[in-house]
Structures are given as structure tokens and as C-alpha cells.
Design a protein around this ligand. Structure first.
Ligand SMILES: Nc1ncnc2c1ncn2[C@@H]1O[C@H](COP(=O)(O)OP(=O)(O)OP(=O)(O)O)[C@@H](O)[C@H]1O
Ligand SMILES: [Mg+2]
Length: 402
């Protein structure tokens, strides 16, 4: 489950309160604790419901609303207040902030702006309450972790790793995972999960201007493991419908409903791939112990480290370690790429290909196989848990933390 924000709102006008309520109801990370249509009663409502955040609409009676904000600030100093008004002029903003509101939004409220404001308020509260926040790589923005999976050549194992990583992440009841297939032309995450989607990224892109959380969530396909999939377009000609600026919007909204987003990227370094990586917290660069892959790892790392939004996020994951056609050692690979290998996944050809071809994730097909144990370890590492003990014991020195 997500870290849910309990919100109470006051707005005497039905015509603005109702659309705002509907906006809130679509967001999984928000719980509408109380809704009030009279400024006079709102303090009592807050006393009874103790929400995390109070939202006060100013427009029905500005003076009463400002007085209420002042009163709430005195009585509930730890509860942030968000003021909303259709008049977004400097004077209204100033008055609301002077009265004690921590944030101001102009009505009609845009979902992304609301989510960002809530995120800022939550961040402030965590700081003032001395909270340690989130421990793993999602320290920069909000609560969700965004992971891109990119390959150093074709057929390197990106889809297998993205799908199985997601399935493992989804086993934790506190985690809500979405896999987004951004290999727009030739992706096959839907095949790897044996899902037949009703909607794809193309539907999301076509409706981008009226996208809300309900529509977006409906567009994702739920799998038995608990993960949700947003598939690539079915028709090849629809690939061009999806632009990189759509992605920013989709990711922003998905972050409000899912704790973990995993992107299976194409290997063409398209504008959507680059945008996805820039918006990620971690980029898993999948490699194998062969010359073409390692040479590309060096080239990709070189380019990515020059990009401010990507530098330092890339972790090299070595796939199919222990395979028969390896001619380069792990030590030599680390020396060549100039950074440690973050995680290793053993070669497990038979199990992997049967699971892949039957559209079943490893944890359902062969929960004890070495590739599955390693992928579970990777999920644990990314979420800040310790790796599963049996993995380390089974192949001493084979799976390693960095
Ligand atoms: N750890 C592994 N051990 C053995 N086989 C593996 C492993 N990981 C992936 N494979 C196999 O490698 C092949 C390619 O995997 P996959 O489709 O996941 O790669 P990809 O990088 O997504 O490919 P594409 O470039 O087509 O997107 C599949 O047959 C899969 O079963
Ligand atoms: Mg693939």
C-alpha cells in the first residue's frame, strides 16, 4: 500500500467542491477523510478527523476563509493547509500565505499541480517531524521509485529482467508496481506475462489532455502476481502517437498510484527512452560478458555520465553469468567498464526460456530456480532489504552486493 494522505476539504460551493472531490477520489495515494460545506463547521471537522492536510477554498467568502486558515494554523500547527482560489492573483496568494496556508493552487486545480503541492507539503512535514524519509534510491522525488531497464545490445535479457523484477517487487504487500513497456515498436512484455490488454500506451497518449487517474488506472492490465502492465501500442503505426512530453505526464500520474515503476526500454535510445531514463531514479543497464555488450556499456556510460539528469544513476547488471560462451571474466569486465557490477544474474537458459515462452514469470514457473532467486535478490537490493540468504549460501560468491 502507498503512503496515503488523509485530506479534509472545505468549500461551500457545490460547483467547485464536487469537481475537486472527484479529482481527489481518483488518486490512490489520497484518502478523502472529510468534506465540509460550511467554513463555521470546519474546525470541528478537523478536530474529529485529524487529517494530514486541510484544503480551504477561498472563493465563497474570502474573509471567512482567511480567518478560518488563521484559526486552524493556531490550533493545529502541524497540519499543513492548502488554499485554493479561482483568482490566482498575487494579492490572493499573499493573503492566503500570510494567514498561514503553506501552499496555494489556482482553481480549477490541475492534478499534477495538486500532487506536487501535496508532495512538497509532505516533504516539509517529514523534515519538521525529523523523519528519515525513504532509504533507497528514491531520495530525490516523492515516494515512488522509477527504474529504467535498458540493454547494451539486442536480446540481452531486458524484458525478462523487467518482468521478473516487477513480479518480485509486487510480492511485498506494501509495494504497488507498474511495468510500462516503452519498447514501443517491438516490445513483448505482454507476451512474457500472457496478458491481452484492452488498452495500451497509444490510448493513453490519444487521451493525454483529459487524462485522469481513473482513466490511467483503467489502462493498466493487472497480472496474477500483483503487478500492473501498461503495454506498448498494438499497431506499429501508433508508435508515433507517443511523444516524450506525454511520458512526463504519465509518469507524474503513475507516481501517485504506484510505489514502483519499471520501464522496459527499446535499444534505440529514442527521445522516449531518454526521457524515461532522465525521469528515473535508477537505470539498470543490462550487459553480458561478451565483447559487443561490454563495448556498448562503455559507450553508453560515457554518454549518460555527460547528461546531468542521468549521471550517477546507471547500475550495470550482468546477465547470464556462468554461460558457456563467456570469454571475459567479471574482473576484466569491471576493469573495462570502470565501475562495479551492481548485480549478477546467472545463466538459466532452460527455465528462463520455458517461462518466457509460456508467458509465466519465474516466481510462478520455477520459484526456486537460480535466476528467480537472483531476481528476488535484485528486487530486495533495490528496495533496501537484505538479499535472500539462501541465494548467497547456494552459490557462494556468485551473487554480490555493490
Ligand atoms: N538469465 C538468463 N539466463 C538464460 N537465458 C536468459 C536469461 N535472461 C534472458 N534470457 C533469454 O534471453 C533471450 C532474450 O531475452 P529478452 O527477450 O528478455 O531480451 P531483450 O533484451 O528484452 O530482447 P529484445 O532486444 O528483443 O528486446 C530470451 O530467450 C530469454 O529467455
Ligand atoms: Mg525486450
Amino acid at each position: 500500500m502507498m503512503d496515503v494522505q488523509r485530506i479534509a476539504i472545505v468549500d461551500p460551493s457545490d460547483s467547485t467542491r464536487e469537481p475537486f472531490r472527484n479529482l481527489l477520489l481518483g488518486v490512490e495515494s489520497i484518502w478523502l477523510e472529510a468534506e465540509c460545506s460550511r467554513y463555521e463547521f470546519f474546525t470541528d471537522v478537523i478536530r474529529q478527523s485529524s487529517p494530514d492536510l486541510a484544503v480551504v477554498s477561498l472563493d465563497s467568502d474570502k474573509n471567512k476563509a482567511l480567518q478560518l486558515i488563521q484559526q486552524l494554523t493556531v490550533e493545529f500547527p502541524m497540519m499543513p493547509i492548502l488554499a485554493i482560489s479561482g483568482r490566482g492573483d498575487g494579492q490572493s496568494i499573499l493573503l492566503a500565505l500570510r494567514a498561514g496556508a503553506k501552499e496555494f493552487l489556482t482553481a480549477p486545480v490541475v492534478l499534477e499541480e495538486l500532487l506536487l503541492a501535496i508532495q512538497r507539503l509532505r516533504g516539509n512535514r517529514n523534515v519538521s517531524e525529523g523523519s528519515a524519509g525513504h532509504s533507497v534510491a528514491n531520495t530525490t522525488r516523492g515516494d515512488s521509485m522509477v527504474i529504467s531497464v535498458i540493454g547494451s545490445r539486442g536480446g540481452i535479457g531486458c524484458t525478462s529482467i523487467a518482468v521478473n523484477l516487477c513480479a518480485n517487487l509486487a510480492q511485498d504487500k506494501n509495494i504497488n508496481t507498474a511495468l510500462v513497456d516503452l519498447d514501443l515498436a517491438l516490445g513483448d512484455a505482454d507476451v512474457a506475462l500472457d496478458l491481452i490488454p484492452d488498452y495500451t500506451l497509444a490510448d493513453v497518449a490519444l487521451n493525454i489532455d483529459r487524462l485522469d487517474m481513473q482513466f490511467l488506472r483503467r489502462s493498466l492490465c493487472k497480472h496474477a502476481t500483483g503487478l500492473s502492465l501498461l503495454p506498448h501500442p498494438v499497431q506499429l503505426e501508433d508508435v508515433n502517437i507517443i511523444h516524450e512530453d506525454h511520458l512526463g505526464r504519465v509518469i507524474g500520474l503513475l507516481r501517485a498510484s504506484y510505489t514502483h515503476l519499471v520501464f522496459d526500454l527499446s535499444k534505440r535510445f529514442t527521445p522516449t527512452d531518454l526521457t524515461a531514463m532522465r525521469l528515473s531514479d535508477v537505470v539498470l543497464l543490462i550487459a553480458q560478458l561478451d565483447l559487443s555488450s561490454l563495448r556498448n556499456v562503455v559507450r553508453i556510460l560515457h554518454t549518460m555520465n555527460q547528461d546531468e539528469a542521468m549521471a550517477g544513476k546507471v547500475r550495470v547488471v550482468m546477465n547470464r553469468v556462468g554461460g558457456t560462451d563467456e570469454d571475459i571474466t567479471l574482473a576484466k569486465a569491471e576493469e573495462t567498464i570502470g565501475q562495479p557490477i551492481y548485480w549478477q544474474i546467472p545463466n538459466d537458459f532452460k527455465t528462463m526460456s520455458v517461462a518466457r515462452n509460456s508467458g509465466v514469470p519465474l516466481l510462478m514457473h520455477a520459484p526456486k530456480c537460480k535466476a528467480q532467486l537472483s531476481l528476488m535478490g535484485l528486487a530486495n537490493l533495490l528496495t533496501g532489504k537484505t538479499a535472500a540468504e539462501p541465494v548467497k549460501k547456494e552459490r557462494k560468491g556468485f551473487f554480490s552486493f555493490r
